[in-house]
Design a protein around this ligand. Structure first.
Ligand code: SF4
Length: 214
């Protein structure tokens, strides 16, 4: 999460000013923002000294690669746009932040990943569908910065179909119903579920039993 947040910070700092200036910042300025964000956030993890220095190096490396290859091709219109939407079948406002909207109306989500993606995950599709509905568009582009020794950015564009939007709305309705009825279940198959990854594992084991993996 620290790596992802820091990577996003670099993009936000650059594109935030580019809306008006129409120019990218210098690479050193972007990387400085990434590094500063990383240092300020890493102290919040449970055992910061155990985080390998390579995590920061990787984050700087993908930020550098993105700046060299993608930043120059994008003119942003809005950055980290807060959306607050109400859908007919749920009782609450859904708040989200759209990473990037270009001056020609393209919605872009920026992601970091350890592996080269060949398709868009269901989670990302649901998120993209919400943004597509709130922005009134039918496609979302996902720019995946892949944390390899030689970093790369994989760009995948997905048409957000009416079926996908309908599925997302149904899912939101079901989640709303679960919240209203206080029906929660532990998601122990999630990739972030582990004793290292979840600060609530003790409470979770106490309430639901079983043993959270190391
Ligand atoms: S340990 Fe944490 S992540 Fe895993 S199921 Fe429990 S609350 Fe969810």
């Amino acid at each position: 999460m620290v790596a992802g947040t820091s990577y996003h910070k670099g993009l936000e700092v650059n594109y935030g000013q580019k809306i008006e200036s129409k120019k990218d910042l210098k690479e050193s300025e972007v990387l400085d923002a990434v590094s500063t964000e990383f240092d300020s956030k890493i102290v919040e993890v449970e055992e910061p000294k155990k985080v390998k220095s390579s995590v920061k190096d990787e984050t700087i490396s993908i930020s550098k690669h993105y700046h060299e290859t993608i930043a120059g091709t994008i003119q942003p219109k809005e950055v980290e746009k807060k959306i607050e939407v109400t859908f007919g079948n749920v009782d609450y406002n859904l708040i989200g932040y759209v990473d990037l909207i270009t001056d020609n109306g393209l919605v872009i989500e920026n992601k970091t990943t350890a592996r080269t993606p060949s398709s868009i995950s269901v989670d990302h599709l649901i998120q993209g569908s919400i943004y597509a509905m709130s922005e009134g568009v039918n496609q979302v582009r996902y720019d995946y910065a892949v944390k390899l020794k030689t970093p790369k950015v994989v760009t995948l564009t997905e048409q957000i179909t009416e079926e996908q939007k309908a599925f997302t709305l149904t899912l939101l309705g079901e989640v709303d119903r679960a919240i209203q009825n206080e029906v929660f279940y532990p998601n122990r198959s999630n990739f972030m579920c582990s004793r290292k990854g979840c600060g609530y594992y003790r409470e979770c084991e106490k309430k639901y039993g079983g043993r959270v993996r190391d």
